[in-house]
Ligand binder design. Structure first.
Ligand code: GAF
Length: 389
C-alpha cells in the first residue's frame, strides 16, 4: 500500500495500523441536514486511507499526506485551539481537538494519509479525512467510541475548528453506511436506517460526473443559504424548516427568496421519503424494482431543478451535464453536495452509460470547458480498519 511507503519514508518506521474512510455521494436530500431534515447518502468505494503509529514523548501529532507536498506538519495536542492550525492539517488536528473536548485522551501519533477521491469533486474528501483520523486515533489508543458519537465529533471538528458551518450528512455517510444500501438519516433525531439500494438489480447503474468546476464564494454562499433557512424558520415561528410539512405553508413567507429556499427544503425532504419508499418496494421484487428506478430518476431530476431554481446553488457545468445526460437517455440526474462546483449523479440504464458519458463530454467540449471525469459509484461499506500495519 502506497500509504505505508509514505509512512515509512516520512516517519522512519512501520505503522501500527491502517484505516480507511470513504467519501460519499448523496441520492437525495441536499441542504436538508442543517435544517434537521432527511438525507439519503451512500458511501463510495473511494476514500482516504490513514496509516497511524503511536508516538511517544510530548503529546503531539505528526501529519503528512501523499496529496500535500512539503514537510510533515507537527501539532502539540495540548496547544490545539480553533484558528491555530490552517490548511489541510486543520481537519485531522480538529478531530484530535474535538475528541479531547468530548473527554477522550488522544494519544500522540504519526498519521500519513493517501486518497483516491478526486480533489474538489464534492465527494466529501474532508469528511473522509476527519473520519479516517477519528477511527485511527480512537482505535490506536483502544478507546471504544460509538460511531454516531464519532460522526458528531468529526462534524464538530469541521464546524468549530476548521470553521465550515456544515451539517452532519457527510460524516454520518462515511461512518454509518453499509454496502448495497443507502443511509436514511433523520437529522433531527439522528436515527438512521439502512435502505437496500441495488440499481444493478433493475438494470440500471449510477454514474458520477466530476464537472471539474469549483467556483469562488462557494463557502460564503453555503453560509448564506444556511442563514436564509434559519431566518425563514424564525419568520414561520418554527424551530427549523424540518417542521414544515405542507409546501403550501411556505406562502406565509412574504420574501420571495426565503420562500424559494424554504420550498426547496420541504420538497427535498419529501423527495427523500419518496425515494426511500420506492427503494423499499424495489427490494421486494424484480418487477417492483423495474418500476421504481425510472420514478427515482424523475425525482433526481426534480431535485436538480429545485436546487437550480429555488435554492440557487447549481452551476453552469452541472446544468449542462444534467441536460446532456437526460438528452442521452439517463433516467435522471442532479447536482450533489453543497453546490457551486463538484459532481453530478446520474442514474442510467446499464447499457446506456457510454452514451451518457459521450454526450456529456461532447457538451463540455463544445463549450471549451475542461473535460469532465466519470467515476462509477457503488453503495459501499463505511469506515473501517484495513490493515495491521
Ligand atoms: C456539504 C455539507 F458538508 C453537508 O453537511 C450538506 O449540507 C451538503 O453540503 C448539502 O446537502 O456537503
Amino acid at each position: 500500500m502506497r500509504v505505508l511507503e509514505l509512512f515509512g519514508s516520512r516517519f522512519g518506521g512501520p505503522a501500527d495500523g491502517t484505516w480507511f474512510a470513504p467519501g460519499r455521494a448523496n441520492l437525495m436530500g441536499e441542504h436538508t441536514d442543517y435544517n434537521e431534515g432527511y438525507v439519503l447518502p451512500f458511501a463510495l468505494g473511494q476514500g482516504i486511507v490513514a496509516a497511524a503509529g503511536r508516538l511517544s514523548g510530548p503529546r503531539r501529532l505528526r501529519l503528512c499526506s501523499a496529496q500535500e507536498p512539503g514537510a510533515a506538519v507537527e501539532v502539540l495536542l495540548d496547544d490545539l485551539a480553533p484558528g491555530r492550525v490552517s490548511g489541510w492539517a486543520a481537519y485531522p488536528a480538529g478531530v484530535a481537538w474535538a475528541l479531547g473536548a468530548a473527554g477522550y485522551h488522544v494519544p500522540g501519533a504519526f498519521l500519513a494519509f493517501d486518497s483516491d477521491l478526486p480533489a474538489g469533486a464534492g465527494l466529501s474528501s474532508s469528511a473522509a479525512l476527519e473520519c479516517a483520523t477519528a477511527l485511527a486515533l480512537t482505535e490506536l489508543a483502544g478507546l471504544g467510541a460509538d460511531r454516531r458519537e464519532l460522526a458528531a465529533i468529526a462534524r464538530r471538528a469541521e464546524n468549530d475548528f476548521v470553521g465550515a458551518p456544515t451539517g452532519i450528512m457527510d460524516q454520518s455517510a462515511s461512518l454509518l453506511s453499509r454496502r448495497g444500501h443507502a443511509l436514511l438519516l433523520d437529522c433531527r433525531s439522528l436515527e438512521s436506517t439502512q435502505v437496500p439500494f441495488d440499481p444493478a438489480a433493475s438494470g440500471s447503474r449510477l454514474l458520477l460526473i466530476d464537472t471539474k468546476a469549483k467556483h469562488e464564494h462557494s463557502a460564503s454562499e453555503y453560509g448564506r443559504r444556511r442563514a436564509e433557512c434559519e431566518q425563514a424558520a424564525v419568520l414561520l415561528g418554527i424551530p427549523s424548516l424540518r417542521y414544515l410539512t405542507d409546501v403550501a405553508d411556505v406562502d406565509r413567507l412574504s420574501d420571495p427568496v426565503l420562500r424559494r429556499r424554504a420550498r426547496h427544503v420541504v420538497t427535498d425532504d419529501q423527495r427523500v421519503l419518496a425515494v426511500t419508499g420506492l427503494l423499499t418496494s424495489a427490494s421486494a421484487s424484480a418487477s417492483a424494482s423495474a418500476d421504481a428506478y425510472p420514478q427515482i430518476g424523475r425525482l433526481l431530476t426534480q431535485a436538480h431543478l429545485s436546487l437550480r431554481d429555488d435554492f440557487e446553488v447549481s452551476w453552469p457545468e452541472a446544468d449542462t451535464a444534467v441536460d446532456a445526460a437526460l438528452a442521452a437517455g439517463a433516467l435522471g440526474a442532479r447536482m450533489i453536495g453543497g453546490g457551486f462546483g463538484g459532481s453530478v449523479l446520474a442514474l442510467v440504464r446499464s447499457d446506456g452509460a457510454d452514451a451518457v458519458r459521450a454526450a456529456v463530454a461532447e457538451a463540455f467540449g463544445r463549450r471549451g470547458w475542461t473535460p469532465p471525469e466519470f467515476l462509477s459509484a457503488a453503495p459501499s461499506d463505511s469506515a473501517r480498519r484495513v490493515g495491521l500495519g
